[in-house]
Write a protein that binds this ligand. Structure first.
Ligand code: NAP
Length: 526
């Protein structure tokens, strides 16, 4: 498959005329071919109009067709072969083995949503029988199901060029819900985006769905994204990126004539609580595991462990010593983009200047382009509580160890934390009582609570939650990873006394789709 530098508007390849850009290979420090034509307002509007036109036909298509679309996308992505991994590697500087794993996750995610669509429980069919004899008033026949919201704008993330990008979790869950998708490609990996976009475009044709089910646009500056979110055909937004970007888009969405939901995953420092018995029993292993997790993928994970909290004393001193020695061995490596590398450098430099913050260790500087040098900081709980800047995410391989005087101070720090994607507890049996006291705080703060693990791995499954209170996301009621992600793009509709001939198949008496339904309060398949 060729990379041509064109946008994909419905079934067409359209070369944008609002300027040009080339992808940048961060590890080489140079631009790579070909040139991409950037789209302007007109092309973005065209993609949105096509999505609006496709909506009713797409949502009316059998669930089986929707499931086959998701599977066809997965097959087409696998069919691109090594060219996809090569291009993603060039554009992101991520290792090929990591990208192969990410491709596996991406197609697995699409297949999970295909299974979910066929199962049909997502549509939440509910039937309340009429009670014509009820006194003093009869009850109507009431039936409800969930229907898709409408076309969804998706902003691909820079740090997962496959799993959180053009065919990532937002796109997969929106298509599974029956929503057409317009993706605004991340310009950190435009070639990867085009390859995957073409796979989706072909899959839409393979299963005979209307062309507007999928479009991919490129834009320079913020104009394309702003136009996309403001377009009246768009009914929801999925975003992964910076807090500033997510808030800017949420602001546009809220100020439209018809405001729409924005599901933005933005910023998290993922605190790790190492409780006393675990710290004493497994000091060295915990320190090594933490540094490995912190520096994995050059720290470019939204679930990177950016804070370590423990009670001060000799065990924490040993932890710090081992972690510092391990971190000093970690080389500086190329980041995803030159911009992300300079934001990291600035963030670390600003943190070094904060009062009461000590640099414990730095990694080994290499000659890599656009690189990030791992840095480990230490401070006291009192300093952390006094300086809000210590709560801010620095995207990359850096973390702060916070020494707390006692359990009460540990709990105060936990209380002051902003919303998080994850919170981790390292605990042995003797820590359970303290953990039980911390849990109610952590439940209020985080979308996922882990015990004795590291937060950087995110499973795609039915129970996964990759969300959390602000600023982790703009809407804590949802997740952007896992089966529950589909719920973001659905809304309930109730049908009161609708004639049988007009009811959707999901709600007909004889249950032609054999769905699990809540019938007069009981979950049945009949
Ligand atoms: P970003 O700057 O937020 O950009 C993400 C996407 O949103 C891009 O497609 C960008 O389009 C668009 N966008 C951003 N601001 C916009 C605005 N005001 N109006 C319209 N569109 C806008 O994120 P990034 O480039 O991936 O990385 C920058 C920083 O984001 C990192 O340093 C890190 O702090 C954070 N980040 C967080 C996560 C996470 O998982 N939470 C992941 C990746 C990055 P344009 O290219 O047109 O600007």
């Amino acid at each position: 498959m060729q990379i041509t530098g064109a946008m994909l508007i419905g079934a067409q390849a359209v070369r944008g005329a609002a300027g040009e850009m080339r992808a940048f290979a961060p590890a080489l420090g140079e631009e790579i071919e070909p040139a991409f034509g950037l789209g302007g307002k007109a092309e973005v509007a065209r993609a949105c109009e096509l999505a609006g036109q496709a909506f009713d036909a797409f949502r009316a298509a059998p669930f089986e067709t929707r499931a086959r679309l998701l599977e066809a996308i997965a097959e087409r992505i696998v069919g691109i072969g090594d060219a996809l991994i090569e291009r993603a590697h060039l554009e992101s500087a991520l290792p090929k083995a990591r990208l192969e794993g990410e491709r596996g996750r991406t197609v697995g995610q699409l297949r999970l949503f295909a299974t979910l669509v066929r199962d049909g429980r997502w549509c939440g069919a509910v039937l309340d029988s009429a009670l014509p004899e009820r006194k003093p008033l009869p009850r109507s026949d009431l039936r409800a199901q969930r229907i898709p919201l409408g076309p969804v704008a998706v902003f691909g993330a820079s740090n997962f060029p496959l799993a959180f990008s053009v065919a990532g979790g937002d796109t997969a869950s929106a298509l599974a819900a029956g929503c057409p998708v317009v993706v605004k490609a991340h310009l950190a990996h435009p070639g990867t985006s085009e390859l995957v976009g073409r796979a989706i475009q072909q899959a839409v044709a393979d299963v005979g769905l209307p062309e507007g089910v999928f479009s991919l646009v490129f834009g320079g500056g913020n104009e394309a994204g702003e136009t996309l979110v403001a377009h009246p055909a768009i009914k929801a937004v999925g975003f992964t990126g910076s807090r500033r970007g997510g808030l800017a888009l949420a602001n546009i969405a809220a100020n439209r004539l018809e405001p729409i939901p924005v599901y933005a995953e933005m910023s998290s420092v993922n605190p790790m609580f190492v409780l006393p018995a675990a710290l004493a029993a497994r000091t060295e292993a915990l320190a090594q595991g933490f540094v490995d997790s912190l520096t994995l993928g050059v720290g470019q994970f939204c679930t990177n462990p950016g804070l370590v909290l423990a009670i001060d004393g000799p065990d924490l001193d040993r932890f710090v010593k081992t972690a510092s020695a391990a971190l000093a061995q970690k080389p500086s490596q190329s980041m995803l983009t030159a911009g992300i590398a300079s934001a990291y450098e600035e963030g670390v430099a600003a943190r070094e200047k904060l009062a009461g913050v000590e640099v414990l260790a730095e990694g080994a500087k290499t000659e890599a382009h656009c690189d990030a040098l791992p840095v480990l900081f230490k401070t006291s709980a009192a300093q952390f509580l006094a300086q809000h800047a210590l709560s801010d995410e620095i995207f990359g391989p850096t973390s702060v160890v916070i020494a707390c005087r006692d359990e009460a101070e540990l709990a105060r720090v936990a209380e002051q934390l902003e919303g998080q994607l994850t919170a981790t507890l390292h605990i042995d049996r003797d820590d359970y009582a303290m953990a039980a006291r911390l849990l109610p705080i952590l439940e209020r703060k985080a979308g996922r609570i882990l015990a004795n693990g590291f937060p950087t791995g995110v499973e795609v499954s039915y129970a996964m939650v990759h969300g959390g209170p602000f600023p982790a996301t703009s809407d804590s009621r949802t997740t952007s990873v896992g089966a529950m992600a589909i719920e973001r793009f659905l809304r309930p509709v109730c049908y009161q006394d609708l004639p049988a001939e007009l009811l959707p198949a999901t709600l007909q008496n004889d249950n032609p789709l054999q769905l699990w339904r809540l019938r007069d309060g009981e979950l049945v398949r009949g």
